[in-house]
Each structure stands twice: as structure tokens, then as C-alpha cells.
Ligand binder design. Structure first.
Ligand code: ZN
Ligand code: ZN
Length: 150
């Protein structure tokens, strides 16, 4: 019997700039990923951009490939008492993912720009809009939170 309610599995790949680190992302459905912008100062520093752009995915959906190198991990207090771990390439420095201590066994926040097809996971919302760069307009038709929790 056909399972009409079955959602479509999404298979994506990604890597750092020099491709020493490569990974696979296998989502049971597109809804398993929540892509968002974050305008906080930590994200600006970590991404070297005007905002952070990550996709929150279940840990088991994210896997470095067999051929891949090992990421370098940087762990530090983000300023509010939470330890944030960031994984990046030891050779080219590209940022692959991050996760807080509290969710490290459950989720990864993938740097969307590291996907081979970043447009596969468009944003669903924006966090910390209070720190948005003045020249940057709001993204239409997504949620907007002034702070991280509200
Ligand atoms: Zn690299
Ligand atoms: Zn942030």
C-alpha cells in the first residue's frame, strides 16, 4: 500500500572552501531543517559577515563523509554563560557548524553557506533583529524576533 502522507527525503552535501572537510545532510523532510538569520554580534564575528545564517538540523541527519578530514573545534562562552562549540576547517578556516552545550547530543546548526546548494534551505526567520545592521532590510514573510528568546 502506498503511504500518501510520506514526506520527501532531502539529501544535501556540503564542504569547507578547500573541500578538505565534506559532509552529507539527510533530512526525512525539508521541515526537519530550520534556517534562520541571527543578527547578534557573536554571529557577526564568527561568520565575518553582517549576520549569521544557519540551519538547525537533527544531529543524526548530519555526517562528515568517510573521505573527510577532521574539523577543528573551538569552544567558548558566548557571553551569556552558554558554551558554544564551533567546527571549522583547520586548513582554510571555513565555518561548518555550531552547537550549544545544551543541544550538542541532539542538533547541529549548519552554516548554510557551506552547503553545495545553499538555496535548498531558505530562511524561516530572523533572530536578534534589534542588532540588525541599519542598511539591511527585513526578509519578508518570515518570523522576526527582536531577541533570541521572546
Ligand atoms: Zn577547508
Ligand atoms: Zn547569533
Amino acid at each position: 500500500m502506498e503511504d500518501q502522507g510520506k514526506t520527501e527525503v532531502v539529501n544535501l552535501t556540503g564542504s569547507c572552501f578547500c573541500r578538505r572537510l565534506t559532509y552529507k545532510l539527510r533530512l526525512d523532510s525539508k521541515d526537519d531543517a530550520r534556517t534562520s538569520l541571527c543578527h547578534c554580534s557573536n554571529c557577526k564575528k564568527a561568520f565575518g559577515g553582517a549576520f549569521g545564517l544557519t540551519a538547525k538540523v537533527p544531529l543524526q541527519s548530519f555526517l562528515y563523509t568517510k573521505e573527510s578530514g577532521t574539523p577543528k573545534i573551538h569552544s567558548a562562552d558566548n557571553g551569556s554563560g552558554s558554551i558554544i562549540h564551533r567546527e571549522f576547517c583547520n586548513t582554510c578556516g571555513s565555518y561548518i557548524c555550531e552547537y550549544g552545550d545544551a543541544v550538542k547530543d541532539n542538533f547541529r546548526y549548519i552554516a548554510v553557506g557551506s552547503l553545495d546548494d545553499p538555496s535548498a534551505l531558505p530562511p524561516k526567520g530572523e533572530f536578534n533583529c534589534i542588532e540588525r545592521e541599519k542598511w539591511m532590510p527585513e526578509i519578508p514573510d518570515v518570523f522576526h524576533k527582536q531577541k533570541i528568546k521572546e
